[in-house]
Write a protein that binds this ligand. Structure first.
Ligand code: NAP
Length: 306
């Protein structure tokens, strides 16, 4: 029995997110054909060697011709130019979606290029690892993870519903959210934490020079977890901070205020403040585990898929 949600899905950009989609689409038999395109010959060649798609094309235009779904899986800063390039060859009735980590900027960059008769339904799967490229993907990446759909004004309900079925078929739970709210929520849950991890690892790297590499040698759990996050793709994260500026700065402002309060508690020996604070944060961790978004296993984040 056919479980196809689309006939031909074109994945533009063939990194972690797109390659995981390709595996998950195949696992669920959700499309008749998957085409793909990546900017460099090297990535296209790797994708061909591992048979990631049915066809890897040498231009984005070739990949999207005849597709009824096109998913932009490139860094946020590249979405607008890529959309401009493919616009003339999109077939009427097709849907364009994306997986960008920031939504307002992507909508502003992409929507002006959407041709008449083509639907645009932005999306963001809340799943990832610190690995990149076409070989980093795996079919289970989206299982029991959230994918947020961010319909724009006038988005066709049937097109939204069809995309929802695709993400559900790939294992995700699907919700809808407004773009600005999405960008604020993600600034708290993902963007600011990444910046903090990058900073902590940068500080340790500076220190390493005066501690003769002991930071690496005796690396303990807290720091190791930061290094995993701070190993994330530099292009992707540069674009996230450049395009979700306001929400990230708002959250970092609040973070700095809290940090000063904790600093004062340490200086003045206010143990009650520290204890109450850490008790409150521990409860949040329990909430995440109860919501099924992580496991309580002590090696979480290190023992899973590459
Ligand atoms: P990735 O593994 O680094 O792959 C990015 C892909 O985009 C590569 O195939 C790259 O091609 C291609 N690309 C880069 N610039 C391009 C351009 N100017 N024109 C055409 N293709 C270009 O990245 P990813 O982790 O899959 O992320 C892709 C998108 O998903 C980003 O928008 C990111 O914000 C979003 N996202 C990421 C995560 C995560 O945790 N990684 C989670 C959710 C959403 P080459 O290899 O040839 O350079």
């Amino acid at each position: 029995m056919s479980t196809h949600v689309y006939n031909r899905i074109a994945l533009i950009g063939l990194g972690l997110i797109a390659s995981s989609m390709a595996h998950a689409i195949r696992r669920g038999n959700l499309a008749q054909e998957i085409t793909g395109y990546a900017r460099s010959e090297a990535t296209r060649e790797t994708a061909r060697q591992i048979s990631l798609c049915d066809r890897v094309c040498d231009t984005a235009a070739d990949a999207v011709k005849g597709a009824d779904l096109v998913v932009l899986c490139v860094p946020v800063g590249a979405m607008g130019p890529v959309m401009e390039e493919i616009a003339p060859v999109l077939q009427p009735g097709a849907t364009v979606s994306d997986v960008g980590s920031v939504k307002r900027h992507v909508i502003e960059a992409v929507q002006p290029h959407i041709p008449e008769g083509v639907h645009f339904v932005p999306a963001h799967p809340l799943a990832g690892t610190e690995h990149s490229g076409p070989e980093a993907g795996f079919a289970e990446l989206y299982d029991n993870r959230w994918c947020l759909l961010v319909p724009v004004e006038g988005s066709d309900p049937d097109a939204v519903d069809r995309l929802r079925r695709l993400w559900e078929g790939m294992g995700a739970n699907v919700d809808e959210m407004d773009a600005d709210h999405h960008d604020l929520v993600l600034a708290v849950t993902s963007h600011a934490p990444h910046l903090i991890a990058y900073t902590m690892v940068g500080v340790a790297d500076d220190l390493r020079r005066v501690t003769d590499s002991e930071v690496i040698k005796y690396s303990a759990a807290g720091f190791r977890d930061f290094t995993r996050i701070a190993a994330s793709d530099p292009t992707m994260w540069r674009d996230v901070f450049l395009t979700n500026k306001d929400a990230t700065l708002e959250i970092l402002g609040r973070f700095t205020e809290e940090l000063f309060a904790l600093q004062r508690a340490i200086r003045t020996g206010d143990g009650d403040h520290l204890f109450d604070y850490f008790t409150r944060t521990r409860a949040i961790r329990r909430g995440i585990i109860e919501a099924g978004q992580d496991t309580a296993a002590p090696d979480f984040g290190r023992g899973g898929k590459p």
